[in-house]
Design a protein around this ligand. Structure first.
Ligand code: PLP
Length: 408
C-alpha cells in the first residue's frame, strides 16, 4: 500500500509555512521531526484540563495525569515489544538514557573491564562511556569502519575479549544513515559475556523495533525524533539488569523510605525517575506513537525506502558530488554528501539552500570521529520522515544545482 501523502502532510501545519519567501522544504528530520496536529492538540488539552503532578496526589486530576502517563508507558512497551512496562524508563532523551546507563551500571563493572563502541557513534554514545572509563579504570575500544561507512565486523570479533563488559552501538548512524548489523553484534557480545546498549535514536523513527527479538540489554531513543515532543526519551532495560543497577539521580519519586541514616529505593521504573518528570511530554508521546501506528510502520518504511532510493539516484546524477556511504548495503533515514569543490564547506551549501527555504543539517552532526575518518569537517545531510515527498527532493536537487553554480 502506498501512503496518502496529502493526508499525512495536512497533519503537519508547519509544512505549510514559507521560509525566506519560499515554501518550507524540511529535510532535517534526523535532528528533530515535525509534530502532527494530534500531538500539538494533546499538549494543549493536557495543560488546559489535566495539569497536575503524578504519583502523589489523592485528588482527581493528579490521578488522571498518573493514569495517562502510565498508559503512555504501556503503549511504548507494546510499541517496542518490551516484556514488562516497568522496563520502560522515561528520560529526557537518548542522551540522558545513555548517561543513565553509563552511570548506574557501575556495580556491574570493575577496573580493567573493557567497553566497545564504534567509529560511527554520536557524541552522546561516546562521551558518557569515556566518563565511566575514567571513573572506574575501564578501557574504551573502537570498532573501525571501512570506506563505505560500514563497521568492520572481523575487527569487532578481534576486539571482543573476556574483559568486554559493555558494547554500545547505534542502530542507524545519524551521520551517514548506515544501518548497523546489530543482531550479529548483540549475539557476539552476549557470547563474550558483555551487555549491549543500542542507541536507537535514528532507528525508531524509521523501523519496527522489537527489543526482545533483538535481545538488546538496553535500547534508547528520543520522542522528538518520532513526531513527539522534545525533552522526552525512553530507556528500555532488561529488568534483571535495571534491578542490579544503582539509581542515577536522587530525589522525590525514586525512594521507598528516607531517613538521614538510610534510604531505600522505589521499585522499577520509579527508581530511575527522580523528580517531577516531563508529564505533558510523556503523556503526549502516546499520540506520537499512535500517529506512527496509524500510518503504519511498514508503510513508513516502504515510503522512506523509496525516498532514499530516489534521493540517491537524483544526487548521483549530479556532477562533482560526493555521497558518503553510498555503497553501504543498508541505509535509512539520512543521506550525507558534499560538493566536490575546493575550499567549500558544507555550511556554505546549507546557507544557500536555506535561502530557498530548504532545511538541511550541515557540519559534523555530533559525530566528529567519523568525519575525521573520512578526512572532512562535515557533510550536508538530508534526512527524511513519513511526510517527505519526491517534490521535496526535486527542490533539494534544484537547490544544490544553484549552490554549485554560485560556489563553483
Ligand atoms: C539525536 C541522536 C542522539 C541524541 O539524542 P537527544 O534527543 O539529543 O538526546 C543520540 N544518538 C543518535 C544516533 C542521534 O541521532
Amino acid at each position: 500500500m502506498n501512503i496518502d501523502l496529502k493526508y499525512i502532510r495536512n497533519q503537519f501545519p508547519i509544512l505549510e509555512q514559507t521560509v525566506n519567501g519560499n515554501p518550507l522544504i524540511y529535510l532535517d528530520n534526523a535532528a528533530t521531526s515535525q509534530k502532527p496536529l494530534s500531538v500539538l492538540e494533546a499538549e494543549e488539552v493536557y495543560y488546559k484540563t489535566i495539569n497536575s503532578n503524578v504519583h502523589r496526589g489523592i485528588h482527581t486530576l493528579s490521578q488522571i495525569a498518573t493514569v495517562e502517563m502510565e498508559e503512555a508507558r504501556k503503549l511504548v512497551q507494546l510499541f517496542i515489544n518490551a516484556k514488562k512496562d516497568y522496563e520502560i524508563i522515561f528520560t529526557k532523551g537518548s542522551t540522558e538514557g545513555i548517561n543513565l546507563v553509563a552511570s548506574s551500571i557501575e556495580p556491574l563493572v570493575k577496573e580493567g573491564d573493557e567497553i566497545i563502541i564504534s567509529h560511527l557513534e554520536h557524541h552522546s554514545n561516546i562521551v558518557p562511556w569515556q566518563f565511566l572509563a575514567k571513573r572506574k579504570g575501564l578501557l574504551l575500544k573502537v570498532i573501525p569502519v571501512d570506506d563505505n561507512g560500514e563497521l568492520i565486523l572481523s575487527e569487532y570479533t578481534k576486539l571482543l575479549t573476556e574483559k568486554t563488559r559493555i558494547v554500545a552501538i547505534n542502530h542507524i548512524s545519524n551521520a551517514l544513515g548506515v544501518i548497523n548489523p546489530i543482531e550479529k553484534i548483540i549475539k557476539q557480545a552476549h557470547e563474550a559475556g558483555a551487555y549491549v546498549l543500542i542507541d536507537g535514536a535514528q532507528a525508531v523513527p524509521h523501523k519496527k523495533i522489537d527489543v526482545q527479538a533483538l535481545d538488546a540489554d538496553f535500547y534508547v531513543f528520543s520522542s522528538h525524533k518520532i513526531y513527539g515532543p522534545t525533552g522526552v526519551g525512553i530507556l528500555y532495560g532488561k529488568e534483571r539488569l535495571l534491578d542490579a543497577m544503582i539509581p542515577y539521580q536522587g530525589g522525590g519519586e525514586m525512594i521507598k523510605e528516607v531517613t538521614f541514616e538510610k534510604t531505600t529505593y522505589a521499585n522499577l521504573p520509579f527508581k530511575f525517575e527522580a523528580g517531577t518528570p516531563n508529564i505533558a511530554g510523556n503523556i503526549v508521546l502516546k499520540k506520537a506513537v499512535e500517529f506512527m501506528q496509524n500510518v503504519g510502520l511498514d508503510n513508513i518504511m516502504k515510503h522512506e525506502d523509496d525516498i532514499m532510493k530516489y534521493t540517491t539516484k537524483r544526487l548521483d546524477e549530479l556532477d562533482n558530488i560526493i555521497i558518503y556511504a553510498k555503497d553501504a548495503q543498508h541505509r535509512s533515514g539520512s543521506i550525507s554528501f558534499n560538493l566536490n569543490i575546493e575550499n567549500i564547506h558544507s555550511s556554505d551549501v546549507g546557507f544557500i539552500l536555506d535561502k530557498q527555504g530548504i532545511a538541511v543539517r550541515t557540519g559534523h552532526h555530533c559525530a566528529q570521529p567519523i568525519m575525521n575518518r573520512f578526512g572532512i569537517s562535515g557533510t550536508v545531510r538530508a534526512s527524511f520522515a513519513t511526510y517527505t515527498s519526491k517534490e521535496d527532493i526535486d527542490k533539494l536537487i534544484e537547490g544544490i544545482k544553484l549552490a554549485q553554480k554560485m560556489l563553483g
